[in-house]
Write a protein that binds this ligand. Structure first.
Ligand SMILES: *[C@@H]1O[C@H](CO)[C@@H](O)[C@H](O)[C@H]1NC(C)=O
Ligand SMILES: *[C@@H]1O[C@H](CO)[C@@H](O)[C@H](O)[C@H]1NC(C)=O
Ligand SMILES: *[C@@H]1O[C@H](CO)[C@@H](O)[C@H](O)[C@H]1NC(C)=O
Ligand SMILES: *[C@H]1O[C@@H](CO)[C@H](O)[C@@H](O)[C@@H]1NC(C)=O
Length: 335
């Protein structure tokens, strides 16, 4: 349902200039220090100054050694732009929690990101990451606790007619416990009442600037690779629309409008709940262009801009700690 996602993501993106080098990272730290925020990699406090009880590895941005090893950086913050230095594509990761109160929700969600010390990720490839979380159910009108995600930087916004392909190569798992599972045991997750999704989240608007801001964008297009239960359901649930098959996976469109007035178009892998797709390779651009052919103001058009693209998991509720793992995420947006 992605209520308020854009708001939190953007609040962070505004504060942090996006850069691709340690130099830029130092700049970010200097900026954060100047604005009274904690530096990257030191952990221990949240944006509002309260303790998380958790933290990051390392003791400053120069704690990342220059070698061919890997450094795991952990953030349990409410919202935090984690920017692994990269000589190739630049990504920003964000725990992006909301609807949580510090006192009761300490260490309810932590994000671990594998930084490559040499900063040379393969082309189009994101750092590996995982998210461990546990939340009790919230109100039925605002059931989502957050959308921990990875966002591609620098390439967007783009006019829709400037894009010809949107290729993604994804592998994820969900598991019970605090460490990544090799494969997903869906029955075990059902037993502990997991309510979540795994989805790509995109924002579109006829105005380039609004398209970058989830709060203002007129359209949100989602691609769901997993819908764990009816609690985590897309807008328009119960009213399936058109289908489109990509890489052997059939997606069904659900359309609705959220409380902010954003038109939310969700393509859910079929059949919902049991049809999860842990590995997906394909061009998802038709899931946007198909919408041009549908009539109604609720659908975007060819003259719109794609302003933002993230991949992550909308966290609703679950009885025990679970870990979402993304060993592989590659994305290539072709003009
Ligand atoms: C997005 O919109 C919100 C609400 O108006 C605003 O607070 C925020 O600064 C905007 N973000 C960007 C990136 O413009
Ligand atoms: C950079 O580090 C990664 C992670 O350890 C390693 O797999 C890769 O081979 C290294 N790249 C180079 C060019 O040495
Ligand atoms: C979409 O696919 C579902 C499941 O395969 C099927 O039941 C439904 O009739 C299809 N809808 C359309 C509009 O073709
Ligand atoms: C979830 O489990 C509890 C109890 O074992 C731990 O105290 C938490 O640290 C853990 N949460 C995360 C995010 O790891």
């Amino acid at each position: 349902m992605v209520l308020g996602v854009g708001l939190l993501v953007n609040a962070v993106l505004v504060a942090i200039p996006v850069g691709g080098s340690v130099g830029a990272l130092m700049g970010i730290d200097a900026h954060r220090a100047a604005t009274g925020q904690k530096p990257l990699f030191t952990g221990g406090t949240n944006d509002d100054g309260t303790s998380t009880g958790g933290g990051s590895t390392g003791g400053g941005s120069d704690a990342i050694p220059h070698n061919n090893g890997i450094t795991t950086v952990q953030h349990c913050d409410i919202s935090y732009g984690i920017i692994p230095p990269s000589k190739t594509e630049q990504f920003t990761l964000n725990p992006n929690q909301w609807g949580v109160t510090k006192a009761s929700d300490e260490r309810k969600l932590c994000m671990d990101v594998q930084f490559w010390n040499n900063e040379t990720y393969p082309t189009n490839t994101a750092p590996e990451f995982s998210v461990t979380w546990q939340f009790d159910p919230m109100s039925s009108t605002a059931p989502v606790h957050g959308y921990p995600n990875i966002r591609i930087d620098d390439v967007l916004p783009k006019a829709m007619d400037e894009v010809s392909e949107l290729n993604v190569d994804i592998h994820w798992t969900y598991g019970v416990g605090d460490t990544p599972a090799e494969t997903t045991d869906f029955d075990a997750l059902t037993e502990i009442n997991l309510a979540t999704n795994v989805a790509i989240d995109m924002f579109l608007d006829s105005d380039k600037d609004k398209a970058e801001n989830g709060t203002h964008a007129q359209y949100e297009v989602m691609v769901w690779f997993y819908m764990s239960s009816v609690i985590s359901q897309p807008y328009g649930w119960g009213k399936p629309g058109v289908n489109r098959t990509i890489d052997g996976t059939e997606f069904t469109l659900y359309a609705g409008t959220n409380l902010q007035g954003t038109n939310v178009l969700s393509w859910v892998a079929n059949p919902p709940i049991t049809g999860a797709v842990e590995k997906f390779t394909g061009d998802i651009y038709p899931l946007i262009t198909d919408l041009y052919d549908l009539s109604g103001d609720i659908y975007p058009s060819k003259s719109d801009y794609l302003g933002s693209l993230s991949f992550g998991t909308e966290v609703y509720s679950v009885d025990k700690n679970v870990t979402f793992w993304v060993p592989k995420y590659e994305i290539a947006i072709k003009s």
